[in-house]
Design a protein around this ligand. Structure first.
Ligand SMILES: *[C@@H]1O[C@H](CO)[C@@H](O)[C@H](O)[C@H]1NC(C)=O
Ligand SMILES: *[C@@H]1O[C@H](CO)[C@@H](O)[C@H](O)[C@H]1NC(C)=O
Ligand SMILES: *[C@@H]1O[C@H](CO)[C@@H](O)[C@H](O)[C@H]1NC(C)=O
Ligand SMILES: *[C@@H]1O[C@H](CO)[C@@H](O)[C@H](O)[C@H]1NC(C)=O
Ligand SMILES: *[C@@H]1O[C@H](CO)[C@@H](O)[C@H](O)[C@H]1NC(C)=O
Ligand SMILES: *[C@@H]1O[C@H](CO)[C@@H](O)[C@H](O)[C@H]1NC(C)=O
Ligand SMILES: *[C@@H]1O[C@H](CO)[C@@H](O)[C@H](O)[C@H]1NC(C)=O
Ligand SMILES: *[C@@H]1O[C@H](CO)[C@@H](O)[C@H](O)[C@H]1NC(C)=O
Ligand SMILES: *[C@@H]1O[C@H](CO)[C@@H](O)[C@H](O)[C@H]1NC(C)=O
Length: 816
């Protein structure tokens, strides 16, 4: 006991004796464990070696935070590589400069302070600012570390410009977690008539917050009334900077640049968890990435695709645009003519992040009307808006030329874009309305007549013009037009080498699947409907009709079909990475599926499903969404497949009921499994299951957990109740994930799994929730869990068909 006590005392003593309050000429800081401590003990400066590195650096870190958090490094780009540490020291020179010396007093780093004082001391302030000052002068600093930030923005630190001295304070990320040298990911203020805070990734612009609109930044939702911090953006003649301060000094939050993820994190120290948790990360989604949609395009994260041209603009290259390559952006459609009545006006876009302001023009005192007039007078003006949104809006901001980096966002404001419109003249609006109504009516009648004529003509010649699909299904009777290319049997036979066994990818519920190569080299997957499968024909027909109409990058693409003699075949694009279940449930392959990839997959599936539910002209309920129905392309982009079980609902019919329950146990919503009621919300339920599976790498069914949970949903819910839901994450992800994002995802998953369909969010909300950081709704208990004795697990079940065929449905889906 006594020895322990003495040891403790000694330790305490050594700590005290090793901590200095100032560095002076007489007392330099040596690399022997001595540190310089701020007066209140918050921060500490000393020599350190990050991670496994052998290099020595001088840095500042939080003294009372057990996870070593280095917030500033003096010699980040000039490491001391010699490991004989006894010779390293930090010295303040006679004329008031701070230098770092190593063996033989070799200069490693210098603060380059130029002002001279007689009695210089170096002190670490309670804010974490290292300053050189005169011993008798407390408030005038000859040099301060806050002027030369590293990768961390501490409370009270300024990010931006001192225009008088030309000092530009910007953050640059560490190269890696154990190498503090400057990476290529940086963050700073971009000057201009309307300054903006910009992030760069290797010299190219990566993200901008948008200009400050008096309350917040145009492109970042950062509520003023948050409990953590307060912030200002100062734009004066001599200074332009951003700065935040803590609301409560005992709740610490800092901003850190992360080179590995190319994200700017705002993290908060949680003492109970002894960890930093991520409060906000930027950019948040692909719409945040600079200029995603090209000039004059705008990004809407819930859209599919996410990019749209502004009204009055058309894609510059429609071919590239349709191929989801939006970089060329949009150009004005022909109609706009500067100054010509009815050909020149403005369209209001609400909730927009303002475009790149580098070449915009501003006036603080103009009203919106004056702003509009100013814009109309100049033919190169393309848009205008208020400069400040407070109190109903004031000031004027005008853009010339192309508009870059627009997106729809909750923090956005009204932007008036110049396009060809008749809505320029307020006085004649009334009369115009009448004219418009009249002309609309006339043209509507005309269009209807025309459509009718065309329809009649089409009906007459239908058989000759279009491919017909004669169905053998007598109940359905009707004949369907299929706007898909048809392939003849000989082509398919050649492509698959006469359906050779080597080309067989798998056997599905309705027949085998083959890989084929067309004459032009294109690889395809061919689903061959077995002749005996009478039941499959209906599903096949369904799938062909649907596939012809559905086009989305997160849906598997159908290339064509083939109906000849007894053969019925569907031709798909070939997906080299097969299906998701083969990867996430494979303990070896899943290691390559990092968190970011999983998160992207989730987002993409959500978008694909949103398209099925809402954006396509048909309203489609998939009814069999599961991991084996998600195929992956070369870049691990997921595509939803198998619409064979999907059912078209009229756009007013969102719910249905069926006596034939198709789907897969473990993914089926309770109301569907029991009562046969299906709706878009039953797909949302399946999405929830899929989400948990992707996060955990475990199947919903066929699984027993230590905590006696019956399945994954139960397990996730139990962890959630205990507040330890991050334990659900696949163990192979280790610490590569973002806890905040993971927990949020799990919450979204559980929201999708709620028992009552009305409680579940729709896919629009899911997409928005996944990509934003808004508060999520309260959770209710998940839908009850279908427990069956049989281990039919993953197999699709169809109560009407013999299950022997369906047992193998999984291999079919893998193959495509
Ligand atoms: C210096 O570093 C080298 C390489 O890491 C190591 O082998 C050597 O033992 C170190 N020397 C001292 C004195 O720490
Ligand atoms: C470290 O440097 C000191 C001073 O130059 C020297 O006396 C000592 O022997 C060196 N130690 C090692 C391990 O190189
Ligand atoms: C340090 O100084 C001594 C004597 O001046 C010299 O022999 C030695 O090479 C120097 N070492 C380095 C690393 O410069
Ligand atoms: C100090 O000046 C030297 C020489 O101009 C330069 O190499 C060094 O990077 C400067 N140090 C800092 C901390 O700016
Ligand atoms: C970025 O964040 C990840 C996850 O938090 C971490 O593993 C990584 O080391 C960080 N990178 C840097 C350069 O700090
Ligand atoms: C600051 O936070 C601490 C810890 O959460 C809390 O105990 C304290 O009451 C807070 N102080 C104020 C003024 O809110
Ligand atoms: C605006 O775009 C120009 C290039 O067109 C670029 O140099 C500038 O950094 C951008 N400014 C902002 C604030 O995004
Ligand atoms: C801004 O607009 C006001 C009112 O129209 C005008 O008086 C002022 O000169 C303008 N300022 C600039 C810099 O153009
Ligand atoms: C239109 O505005 C731009 C940018 O402010 C300016 O350079 C140009 O001279 C203006 N043109 C006319 C005709 O006023």
């Amino acid at each position: 006991m006594a020895i322990v006590l003495i040891c403790k005392l000694l330790l305490l003593f050594s700590q005290i004796s090793n901590a200095a309050l100032t560095i002076t000429q007489l007392h330099p800081l040596s690399d022997d464990g001595t540190t310089l401590v701020s007066e209140d003990g918050t921060f500490e400066l000393g020599f350190f070696s990050p991670g496994s590195s052998n290099n020595r650096y001088v840095g500042i870190w939080y003294r009372n935070i057990p996870v070593k958090t280095v917030v500033w490094v003096a010699n980040r780009d000039n490491p001391i590589t010699r490991n004989n540490s006894t010779t390293n020291k930090m010295v303040v020179t006679q004329d008031g400069n701070l230098v770092l010396l190593t063996q033989n007093d070799t200069l490693v780093w210098s603060a380059n302070a130029t002002k001279k004082v007689s009695n210089p001391v170096v002190q670490l302030l309670d804010s974490g600012n290292l300053v050189i000052r005169d011993a008798n002068e407390d408030t005038v600093f000859l040099w301060q570390s806050f002027d030369f930030p590293c990768d961390t923005l501490l409370p009270g630190m300024k990010l931006g410009w001192d225009l008088e001295s030309g000092l530009n304070r910007r953050l640059t990320a560490w190269k890696t977690w154990d190498d503090p040298s400057s990476g290529d990911f940086s963050w700073g203020v971009e000057l201009g008539s309307n300054p903006d805070i910009v992030m760069w990734k290797a010299q190219t612009e990566y993200f901008r917050t948008g200009p400050y609109t008096g309350n917040m930044f145009s492109g970042v939702y950062g509520p003023r009334n948050n409990p953590l911090y307060d912030y200002v953006f100062v734009n004066k003649k001599d200074e332009v900077y951003y700065r935040y301060t803590l609301r409560n000094a005992s709740v610490i939050t800092i901003i850190v640049m992360n080179q590995t993820l190319y994200l700017r994190h705002r993290v908060t120290w949680i003492p109970e968890a002894k960890a930093w948790t991520i409060y906000q990360s930027l950019p948040r989604d692909s719409c945040d990435v600079y200029n995603t949609c090209g000039p004059n395009g705008y990004c809407a994260i819930a859209g599919s695709p996410i990019c749209q041209c502004l009204d009055g603009f058309v894609p510059k290259s429609s071919q590239q645009w349709n191929a989801m390559d939006w970089r060329q952006g949009c150009v004005r459609s022909e109609e706009w003519k500067c100054g010509v009545k009815n050909k020149d006006g403005f369209r209001r876009f609400a909730g927009m992040k303002l475009p790149n302001t580098t070449h915009s023009w501003v006036n603080e005192s103009m009203t919106l009307e004056e702003c509009k007039a100013k814009c109309l007078k100049n033919c190169s003006c393309t848009a205008y808006s208020n400069l400040d949104t407070r109190g109903g809006g004031s000031g004027c901001s005008i853009w010339v030329g192309d508009l870059y980096d627009l997106r729809v966002i909750e923090s956005g404001q009204d932007l008036y874009v110049r396009i060809a419109t008749s809505d320029t003249d307020g006085k004649h609006r009334q009369r115009k309305k009448i004219i418009v109504v009249a002309s609309v009516t006339t043209s509507l009648v005309f269009v209807m007549l025309l459509t009718f004529c065309i329809y009649m003509t089409k009906q007459k010649y239908k058989g000759k013009i279009k491919t017909k699909m004669a169905t053998e299904d007598q109940n359905e009777g009707k004949q369907e037009d299929l706007e898909l290319p048809s392939f003849d049997l000989t082509t398919v036979i050649r492509a698959t080498n006469n359906f050779s066994i080597e080309n067989k990818l798998g056997e599905g519920g309705f027949g085998p699947v083959y890989k084929g190569t067309l004459v032009d080299g294109q690889e395809i997957a061919i689903k061959r409907l077995s002749r005996s499968s009478g039941q499959g024909l209906k599903e096949f027909r369904n799938e062909v009709i649907l596939c012809a109409k559905l086009q989305h990058r997160n849906l598997v693409k159908v290339i064509g079909y083939c109906i000849e003699q007894e053969e019925k075949m569907l031709l798909y694009e070939y997906m080299p990475n097969k299906s998701l279940d083969l990867i996430i449930f494979d303990s070896y392959k899943s290691k390559n599926l990092e968190w970011q990839i999983r998160f992207n997959i989730l987002n993409a599936i959500a978008r694909g499903l949103l398209y099925l539910h809402q954006d396509s002209r048909l309203r489609i309920i998939h009814r069999d969404l599961k991991a084996s129905n998600i195929l992956l392309d070369n870049d691990m982009n997921p595509k939803i497949s198998d619409f064979g079980l999907a059912r078209i609902c009229g756009s007013d019919q969102v719910e249905g009921s069926t006596s034939i329950i198709v789907g897969t146990h473990g993914y089926m919503a309770p109301e569907y499994a029991i009562d046969g009621l299906f709706s878009t919300k039953s797909d949302v339920f399946s999405f929830g299951v899929l989400l948990l599976e992707i996060l955990s790498g475990k199947k919903n069914r066929v699984f027993t957990f230590q905590d006696n949970s019956h399945n994954l949903i139960d397990h996730a819910w139990n962890l959630w109740k205990e507040g330890t839901s991050e334990q659900l994450i696949d163990a192979c992800l280790e610490n590569s994930y973002n806890v905040f994002q993971v927990v949020r995802c799990i919450q979204i998953g559980l929201l999708c799994l709620q028992h009552h369909p009305n409680d579940r969010p729709n896919m629009t909300s899911v997409v928005v929730m996944l990509t934003s950081e808004n508060a999520l709704p309260e959770l209710k208990e998940p839908g009850f869990l279908i427990r069956r004795a049989s281990k039919d697990g993953e197999n699709s079940s169809n109560r009407q068909t013999s299950s022997s065929i369906n047992e193998v449905s999984i291999s079919l889906l893998n193959a495509r």
